[in-house]
Design a protein around this ligand. Structure first.
Ligand code: ADE
Ligand code: ZN
Length: 339
Protein backbone atom coordinates (compact mmCIF):
# COMPACT_ATOMS: atom_id res chain seq x y z
CA UNK A 1 0.00 0.00 0.00
CA UNK A 2 1.43 3.36 -0.96
CA UNK A 3 1.67 6.07 1.69
CA UNK A 4 -1.50 8.11 2.12
CA UNK A 5 -1.97 11.81 1.53
CA UNK A 6 -2.73 12.21 5.21
CA UNK A 7 0.55 10.53 6.17
CA UNK A 8 2.50 12.82 3.81
CA UNK A 9 0.81 15.98 5.02
CA UNK A 10 1.68 15.18 8.63
CA UNK A 11 5.23 14.01 7.92
CA UNK A 12 7.85 16.45 9.28
CA UNK A 13 9.96 17.39 6.25
CA UNK A 14 13.27 19.00 5.24
CA UNK A 15 13.68 20.94 1.99
CA UNK A 16 17.13 21.25 0.39
CA UNK A 17 16.43 22.53 -3.12
CA UNK A 18 14.29 25.65 -3.37
CA UNK A 19 14.91 28.81 -5.39
CA UNK A 20 13.24 31.58 -3.42
CA UNK A 21 12.56 33.53 -6.62
CA UNK A 22 10.79 30.42 -7.92
CA UNK A 23 8.28 30.63 -5.06
CA UNK A 24 6.86 33.91 -6.40
CA UNK A 25 3.16 33.19 -6.85
CA UNK A 26 1.31 35.08 -9.61
CA UNK A 27 -0.89 36.85 -7.01
CA UNK A 28 2.17 38.36 -5.29
CA UNK A 29 3.77 39.05 -8.68
CA UNK A 30 0.80 41.26 -9.59
CA UNK A 31 0.74 42.93 -6.18
CA UNK A 32 4.44 43.82 -6.38
CA UNK A 33 4.13 44.94 -10.01
CA UNK A 34 1.46 47.40 -8.87
CA UNK A 35 3.45 48.50 -5.82
CA UNK A 36 6.59 49.14 -7.89
CA UNK A 37 4.88 50.32 -11.08
CA UNK A 38 6.46 47.53 -13.12
CA UNK A 39 4.69 46.58 -16.35
CA UNK A 40 4.06 42.85 -16.76
CA UNK A 41 3.46 41.22 -20.15
CA UNK A 42 0.33 39.57 -18.70
CA UNK A 43 -3.15 41.00 -18.09
CA UNK A 44 -4.37 38.52 -15.50
CA UNK A 45 -3.29 35.84 -13.07
CA UNK A 46 -4.86 33.21 -15.33
CA UNK A 47 -2.77 34.47 -18.21
CA UNK A 48 0.38 34.08 -16.10
CA UNK A 49 -0.49 30.51 -15.20
CA UNK A 50 -1.28 29.75 -18.83
CA UNK A 51 2.24 30.87 -19.77
CA UNK A 52 3.74 28.21 -17.49
CA UNK A 53 4.09 25.58 -20.20
CA UNK A 54 7.70 24.72 -20.76
CA UNK A 55 9.43 22.50 -23.31
CA UNK A 56 12.75 22.57 -21.49
CA UNK A 57 14.79 24.34 -18.78
CA UNK A 58 15.54 27.41 -20.92
CA UNK A 59 11.84 28.05 -21.66
CA UNK A 60 11.28 28.18 -17.92
CA UNK A 61 14.33 30.32 -17.14
CA UNK A 62 13.22 32.99 -19.61
CA UNK A 63 9.94 33.40 -17.70
CA UNK A 64 11.60 33.01 -14.30
CA UNK A 65 14.01 35.91 -14.91
CA UNK A 66 11.15 38.01 -16.27
CA UNK A 67 9.05 37.24 -13.15
CA UNK A 68 11.85 38.51 -10.89
CA UNK A 69 11.56 42.00 -12.36
CA UNK A 70 8.82 42.90 -9.85
CA UNK A 71 11.21 42.37 -6.90
CA UNK A 72 12.78 45.75 -6.16
CA UNK A 73 12.84 46.69 -2.48
CA UNK A 74 13.89 44.99 0.74
CA UNK A 75 10.19 44.73 1.61
CA UNK A 76 9.53 42.81 -1.64
CA UNK A 77 12.21 40.24 -0.80
CA UNK A 78 10.82 39.99 2.72
CA UNK A 79 7.27 39.45 1.45
CA UNK A 80 8.42 36.82 -1.05
CA UNK A 81 10.33 34.85 1.57
CA UNK A 82 7.68 35.22 4.24
CA UNK A 83 4.99 33.91 1.87
CA UNK A 84 7.13 30.82 1.18
CA UNK A 85 7.77 30.23 4.89
CA UNK A 86 4.09 30.47 5.78
CA UNK A 87 3.29 28.01 3.03
CA UNK A 88 5.83 25.44 4.20
CA UNK A 89 4.90 25.92 7.86
CA UNK A 90 1.45 24.65 6.89
CA UNK A 91 3.15 21.65 5.22
CA UNK A 92 5.18 20.63 8.29
CA UNK A 93 8.59 21.57 6.89
CA UNK A 94 11.01 21.76 9.84
CA UNK A 95 14.09 23.05 8.05
CA UNK A 96 14.81 24.55 4.64
CA UNK A 97 17.96 25.46 2.70
CA UNK A 98 17.12 28.23 0.27
CA UNK A 99 18.85 29.32 -2.94
CA UNK A 100 18.89 32.91 -4.08
CA UNK A 101 20.20 34.35 -7.35
CA UNK A 102 21.79 37.75 -6.54
CA UNK A 103 23.07 38.21 -10.10
CA UNK A 104 19.48 38.17 -11.38
CA UNK A 105 18.87 41.26 -9.24
CA UNK A 106 22.19 43.09 -9.40
CA UNK A 107 22.01 43.24 -13.19
CA UNK A 108 18.68 45.07 -12.79
CA UNK A 109 20.29 47.66 -10.50
CA UNK A 110 19.14 46.15 -7.17
CA UNK A 111 21.75 46.25 -4.39
CA UNK A 112 23.06 42.94 -3.00
CA UNK A 113 22.25 44.12 0.55
CA UNK A 114 18.63 44.91 -0.38
CA UNK A 115 18.16 41.31 -1.50
CA UNK A 116 20.02 39.73 1.39
CA UNK A 117 18.45 41.91 4.10
CA UNK A 118 14.90 41.25 2.91
CA UNK A 119 15.36 37.49 2.66
CA UNK A 120 17.26 37.09 5.90
CA UNK A 121 14.87 39.24 7.93
CA UNK A 122 12.05 36.88 6.85
CA UNK A 123 14.19 33.83 7.69
CA UNK A 124 14.81 35.23 11.20
CA UNK A 125 11.06 35.68 11.64
CA UNK A 126 10.57 32.16 10.28
CA UNK A 127 12.71 30.79 13.07
CA UNK A 128 11.14 32.95 15.78
CA UNK A 129 7.48 32.84 14.80
CA UNK A 130 7.13 29.57 12.86
CA UNK A 131 9.91 27.44 14.34
CA UNK A 132 11.46 26.79 10.91
CA UNK A 133 15.27 26.71 10.78
CA UNK A 134 16.99 27.67 7.54
CA UNK A 135 20.23 28.33 5.68
CA UNK A 136 20.83 30.51 2.65
CA UNK A 137 22.80 29.31 -0.37
CA UNK A 138 23.95 31.90 -2.90
CA UNK A 139 23.92 30.62 -6.48
CA UNK A 140 26.17 31.74 -9.31
CA UNK A 141 24.41 31.98 -12.68
CA UNK A 142 26.32 29.66 -14.98
CA UNK A 143 25.24 31.43 -18.19
CA UNK A 144 27.35 34.37 -16.96
CA UNK A 145 31.15 34.37 -16.68
CA UNK A 146 33.32 33.08 -13.87
CA UNK A 147 34.64 36.62 -13.47
CA UNK A 148 31.12 37.81 -12.62
CA UNK A 149 30.79 34.92 -10.17
CA UNK A 150 34.00 36.10 -8.45
CA UNK A 151 32.54 39.60 -8.12
CA UNK A 152 29.39 38.14 -6.57
CA UNK A 153 31.45 36.08 -4.12
CA UNK A 154 33.26 39.26 -3.04
CA UNK A 155 29.89 40.80 -2.17
CA UNK A 156 29.05 37.79 0.00
CA UNK A 157 32.28 37.78 2.02
CA UNK A 158 31.08 40.27 4.69
CA UNK A 159 27.93 38.14 5.18
CA UNK A 160 29.33 34.71 5.99
CA UNK A 161 27.14 34.64 9.08
CA UNK A 162 24.05 34.70 6.86
CA UNK A 163 25.17 32.73 3.77
CA UNK A 164 26.06 29.10 4.48
CA UNK A 165 27.02 27.96 1.01
CA UNK A 166 27.31 28.64 -2.70
CA UNK A 167 25.59 26.90 -5.59
CA UNK A 168 25.51 26.85 -9.38
CA UNK A 169 22.30 27.17 -11.38
CA UNK A 170 20.67 28.48 -14.59
CA UNK A 171 21.21 27.11 -18.14
CA UNK A 172 23.12 23.86 -17.73
CA UNK A 173 24.03 22.49 -21.16
CA UNK A 174 27.07 24.27 -22.59
CA UNK A 175 28.06 25.66 -19.17
CA UNK A 176 29.94 22.83 -17.43
CA UNK A 177 30.99 23.02 -13.78
CA UNK A 178 34.66 23.11 -14.87
CA UNK A 179 34.17 26.76 -15.91
CA UNK A 180 33.61 27.66 -12.24
CA UNK A 181 36.41 25.68 -10.61
CA UNK A 182 38.36 28.79 -9.53
CA UNK A 183 35.48 30.58 -7.85
CA UNK A 184 34.31 27.43 -6.06
CA UNK A 185 37.84 26.86 -4.82
CA UNK A 186 37.94 30.41 -3.44
CA UNK A 187 34.49 29.92 -1.87
CA UNK A 188 35.78 26.75 -0.21
CA UNK A 189 38.84 28.54 1.18
CA UNK A 190 36.49 31.17 2.58
CA UNK A 191 34.50 28.49 4.42
CA UNK A 192 31.38 28.23 2.23
CA UNK A 193 29.78 24.83 1.70
CA UNK A 194 29.08 23.93 -1.93
CA UNK A 195 26.34 22.48 -4.14
CA UNK A 196 25.74 22.54 -7.89
CA UNK A 197 22.94 21.75 -10.30
CA UNK A 198 24.24 18.89 -12.43
CA UNK A 199 22.66 16.16 -14.52
CA UNK A 200 19.28 17.89 -14.77
CA UNK A 201 19.66 18.27 -18.54
CA UNK A 202 23.45 17.96 -18.70
CA UNK A 203 25.42 14.69 -19.04
CA UNK A 204 26.83 12.53 -16.21
CA UNK A 205 30.22 14.12 -16.91
CA UNK A 206 28.92 17.36 -15.38
CA UNK A 207 28.12 15.46 -12.16
CA UNK A 208 31.68 14.14 -12.03
CA UNK A 209 33.05 17.62 -12.59
CA UNK A 210 30.86 19.03 -9.81
CA UNK A 211 32.23 16.39 -7.43
CA UNK A 212 35.87 16.45 -8.52
CA UNK A 213 36.41 20.10 -9.46
CA UNK A 214 33.86 22.04 -7.42
CA UNK A 215 34.08 19.64 -4.45
CA UNK A 216 30.36 19.86 -3.81
CA UNK A 217 28.67 18.47 -0.70
CA UNK A 218 25.49 17.62 -2.64
CA UNK A 219 24.32 17.34 -6.25
CA UNK A 220 21.17 19.26 -7.19
CA UNK A 221 19.03 17.01 -9.41
CA UNK A 222 21.56 14.41 -10.68
CA UNK A 223 18.85 12.62 -12.69
CA UNK A 224 21.21 11.62 -15.48
CA UNK A 225 23.68 9.88 -13.14
CA UNK A 226 21.84 6.63 -13.91
CA UNK A 227 23.34 6.65 -17.41
CA UNK A 228 26.78 5.95 -15.92
CA UNK A 229 27.22 2.82 -13.81
CA UNK A 230 30.66 3.80 -12.50
CA UNK A 231 29.26 7.13 -11.32
CA UNK A 232 26.30 5.42 -9.67
CA UNK A 233 28.69 3.18 -7.74
CA UNK A 234 30.61 6.23 -6.59
CA UNK A 235 27.44 8.09 -5.50
CA UNK A 236 26.50 5.00 -3.54
CA UNK A 237 29.94 4.40 -1.96
CA UNK A 238 30.43 8.03 -0.97
CA UNK A 239 26.80 8.51 0.15
CA UNK A 240 26.51 11.64 -1.98
CA UNK A 241 23.12 13.33 -1.57
CA UNK A 242 20.95 14.08 -4.60
CA UNK A 243 18.25 16.75 -4.29
CA UNK A 244 15.57 15.53 -6.68
CA UNK A 245 12.57 17.61 -7.76
CA UNK A 246 9.84 15.44 -9.32
CA UNK A 247 7.28 18.09 -10.38
CA UNK A 248 10.07 20.29 -11.77
CA UNK A 249 11.33 17.38 -13.85
CA UNK A 250 7.84 16.76 -15.20
CA UNK A 251 7.16 20.43 -16.03
CA UNK A 252 10.56 20.87 -17.73
CA UNK A 253 10.22 17.60 -19.69
CA UNK A 254 13.25 16.04 -17.97
CA UNK A 255 10.90 13.07 -17.50
CA UNK A 256 7.88 12.33 -19.69
CA UNK A 257 5.85 10.79 -16.87
CA UNK A 258 6.36 10.61 -13.11
CA UNK A 259 6.08 6.83 -13.38
CA UNK A 260 9.43 6.99 -15.21
CA UNK A 261 11.09 9.26 -12.64
CA UNK A 262 14.57 7.96 -11.69
CA UNK A 263 13.99 8.22 -7.92
CA UNK A 264 12.41 4.74 -7.94
CA UNK A 265 15.53 3.13 -9.37
CA UNK A 266 17.74 5.31 -7.17
CA UNK A 267 15.94 4.12 -4.04
CA UNK A 268 16.44 0.51 -5.18
CA UNK A 269 20.15 1.25 -5.63
CA UNK A 270 20.38 2.71 -2.13
CA UNK A 271 21.38 6.22 -3.26
CA UNK A 272 20.95 9.11 -0.80
CA UNK A 273 17.97 10.72 -2.50
CA UNK A 274 15.76 13.57 -1.25
CA UNK A 275 12.51 15.14 -2.56
CA UNK A 276 12.26 18.90 -3.04
CA UNK A 277 10.17 21.52 -4.83
CA UNK A 278 12.72 23.60 -6.85
CA UNK A 279 10.45 26.44 -8.11
CA UNK A 280 7.07 25.58 -6.58
CA UNK A 281 5.08 28.47 -8.01
CA UNK A 282 6.08 27.56 -11.56
CA UNK A 283 5.94 23.77 -11.29
CA UNK A 284 2.62 23.22 -9.54
CA UNK A 285 3.52 22.35 -6.01
CA UNK A 286 5.45 22.68 -2.78
CA UNK A 287 6.82 19.80 -0.69
CA UNK A 288 3.52 18.04 -0.02
CA UNK A 289 2.46 18.09 -3.66
CA UNK A 290 5.85 16.71 -4.76
CA UNK A 291 5.69 13.94 -2.15
CA UNK A 292 2.08 13.08 -2.98
CA UNK A 293 2.46 12.99 -6.77
CA UNK A 294 5.67 10.91 -6.77
CA UNK A 295 4.25 8.56 -4.11
CA UNK A 296 1.14 7.94 -6.18
CA UNK A 297 3.12 7.51 -9.41
CA UNK A 298 5.67 5.06 -8.00
CA UNK A 299 3.67 3.44 -5.22
CA UNK A 300 6.12 4.61 -2.53
CA UNK A 301 5.46 3.30 0.96
CA UNK A 302 5.73 5.03 4.32
CA UNK A 303 9.13 3.39 4.88
CA UNK A 304 10.44 5.03 1.66
CA UNK A 305 9.26 8.45 2.80
CA UNK A 306 10.85 8.05 6.22
CA UNK A 307 14.10 7.07 4.51
CA UNK A 308 13.93 10.03 2.14
CA UNK A 309 13.41 12.38 5.09
CA UNK A 310 16.26 10.78 7.05
CA UNK A 311 18.42 11.31 3.96
CA UNK A 312 17.43 14.98 3.84
CA UNK A 313 18.28 15.49 7.52
CA UNK A 314 21.69 13.85 7.00
CA UNK A 315 22.33 15.80 3.77
CA UNK A 316 21.45 19.15 5.37
CA UNK A 317 24.07 21.65 6.50
CA UNK A 318 22.91 21.47 10.12
CA UNK A 319 25.31 20.39 12.89
CA UNK A 320 25.04 16.94 14.46
CA UNK A 321 23.08 18.17 17.48
CA UNK A 322 20.53 19.88 15.25
CA UNK A 323 20.29 16.86 12.96
CA UNK A 324 19.63 14.62 15.94
CA UNK A 325 16.81 16.89 17.09
CA UNK A 326 15.15 16.54 13.65
CA UNK A 327 15.70 12.77 13.62
CA UNK A 328 13.87 12.65 16.97
CA UNK A 329 10.92 14.63 15.59
CA UNK A 330 10.73 12.21 12.68
CA UNK A 331 10.93 9.27 15.04
CA UNK A 332 8.14 10.72 17.20
CA UNK A 333 5.93 10.95 14.11
CA UNK A 334 6.75 7.33 13.29
CA UNK A 335 5.82 6.17 16.79
CA UNK A 336 2.65 8.23 16.77
CA UNK A 337 1.57 6.79 13.40
CA UNK A 338 2.20 3.20 14.40
CA UNK A 339 0.40 3.42 17.75
N1 ADE B 1 17.09 28.23 -11.53
C1 ADE B 1 15.88 28.11 -10.96
N2 ADE B 1 15.45 26.86 -11.11
C2 ADE B 1 16.40 26.17 -11.78
C3 ADE B 1 16.53 24.83 -12.23
N3 ADE B 1 15.60 23.90 -12.02
N4 ADE B 1 17.65 24.50 -12.90
C4 ADE B 1 18.58 25.40 -13.13
N5 ADE B 1 18.51 26.66 -12.73
C5 ADE B 1 17.43 27.05 -12.06
ZN1 ZN C 1 16.96 24.12 -8.99
Amino acid sequence: MHASRDFIEGLPKVELHLHIEGSLEPELMFELAKRNKVRLPFDSIDEVRDAYNFGNLQDFLDIYYQGMSVLRTEEDFFDLTWAYLRKIAAQNVMHTEIFFDPQGHIERGIEFDTVLNGISRALDDGKRKLGISSFLIMCFLRHLSEEEAYRTLELALPHKDRIRGVGLDSSEVGHPPSEFQGVFSKAREEGFLRVAHAGEEGPPEYIREALDLLKVNRIDHGNRSLEDTVLVQRLSDQRIPLTLCPLSNLKLCVVDDLRNHPIGKMLDLGLRVTINSDDPSYFGGYMNENFIRITEALGLEESHLFLITQNAIEASFLCEVEKNALHRRLQDYRSQRSS
